[in-house]
Design a protein. Structure first.
Ligand code: NDP
Length: 333
């Protein structure tokens, strides 16, 4: 069994010393267990947080242990009544080629709804994050303006489409012209702003949002968010989903002080983690699945191939190399 373990905790951007490839013997499959061959692994920005030894909403990764994360695999051998060989399952078995799982550690994927990989994004964690963050905190109304940072990524691209379903004007901020085209041409966003090439993001925002900003779905933090915050309308809502621009910074990222903006605008800014909504996952997944089947929602995947390429794929999230969900395919079904 090939595994990638956390060799040392990174300072700043992780590099090749952060990860180590190891080979380990597989355990025997006992009663109530299944042997899984990994097909796809998800690489996600939150994993950077788990590399630090700090208290957070998820436990830090343990040093010298396999990197955990969402993955999909095929059951090769089953000593559980719940699964048979050939079943496709998902779990948190992470960056390893095989895994012996307890039957309750994984769950069966319904193959009839959509391709299996959607369970790692639009029908899974990032889709649910978009759904609950936008609808529960952002609460967009028809005709309002919704601005999304990290708009061409997995969460952001779903947020924008749901905001369109709700009748909002949608403006996405992302890091390349290809991404802006994708947002406007394929996802029907009303406007897009390339934050890497603009000279004046504030002027671009004012042009793109002539009626101001009612909802700002924040995936990135930092200077992009400073610029959007100054454009908020009265009673605006700001779901704070992520702050990827600061995940590899060693210094605290101190930006605009927002108190005055929030007071003057009577705006609401609320952080959240998807775990807050665990008792409503079924409801969210059902609605996302319905929209997907009705063609109201679509998605893009960036798929890398090969177990050895997982660490670089993870780092590509911070280089903006993905459109939509970044996954690594490591096994054939
Ligand atoms: P994405 O698919 O959006 O990938 C990350 C993207 O972030 C990159 O493609 C890149 O796009 C952008 N990015 C990277 N570095 C920077 C930077 N310095 N400044 C601005 N943008 C940057 O990832 P996800 O959809 O999985 O996650 C999006 C955000 O949501 C993350 O912040 C993540 O931590 C958060 N999240 C929060 C959850 C929660 O429960 N609160 C759950 C899931 C995700 P570009 O080319 O545009 O720069």
């Amino acid at each position: 069994n090939n595994q990638i373990i956390l060799a040392e905790r990174p300072e700043g951007m992780p590099d090749k010393n952060t990860f180590q490839f190891v080979k380990k013997d597989l355990e025997n499959v006992k009663d109530g267990q299944v042997l899984i061959k990994t097909l796809y692994v998800s690489v996600d920005p939150y994993m950077r947080g788990r590399m630090e030894n700090v208290e957070s909403y998820v436990e830090p990764f343990k040093l010298h242990q396999v990197i955990e994360g969402g993955s999909i695999g095929e059951v090769l051998e089953s000593k559980s009544d719940q699964y048979k060989a050939g079943d496709v399952v998902m779990g948190m078995f992470g960056w390893q080629t095989y895994y012996v799982a307890g039957e309750n550690e994984v769950r069966q994927i319904d193959l009839s709804i959509a391709p299996i990989t959607t369970n790692l994004h639009i029908l899974g964690m990032t889709g649910l994050t978009a759904y609950f963050g936008l609808l529960d905190i952002g609460k967009p109304k028809a005709g309002e303006t919704v601005v999304i940072s990290g708009a061409a990524g997995s969460v952001g691209s779903t947020v924008g489409q749901i905001a369109k379903i709700k009748g909002a004007r949608v403006v996405g901020i992302a890091g390349s012209d290809e991404k802006i085209n994708f947002l406007k041409e394929e996802l029907n966003f009303d406007e897009g702003i390339n934050y890497r090439t603009t000279d004046d993001i504030k002027a671009d925002l004012q042009r793109a949002c002539p009626d101001g900003v009612d909802v700002y779905f924040d995936n990135v933090g930092g200077e992009i968010s400073d610029a959007v915050m100054t454009e908020l309308n009265r009673n605006a809502r700001v779901p704070v989903c992520g702050a990827i621009s600061s995940y590899n910074k060693e210094e605290q990222d101190i930006g605009l002080r927002v108190q005055q903006i929030l007071i003057k605008k009577s705006a609401l800014m609320q952080g959240f983690t998807i775990g807050n909504y665990s008792d409503r996952f079924k409801e969210g997944a059902k609605q996302l699945g319905k929209w997907l089947q009705e063609g109201e929602l679509t998605y893009r995947e960036t798929i890398r191939e090969g177990f050895e390429n997982i660490p670089e794929a993870f780092l590509d999230l911070f280089r903006g190399k993905n459109i939509g969900k970044l996954l690594v395919k490591i096994g054939e079904q």
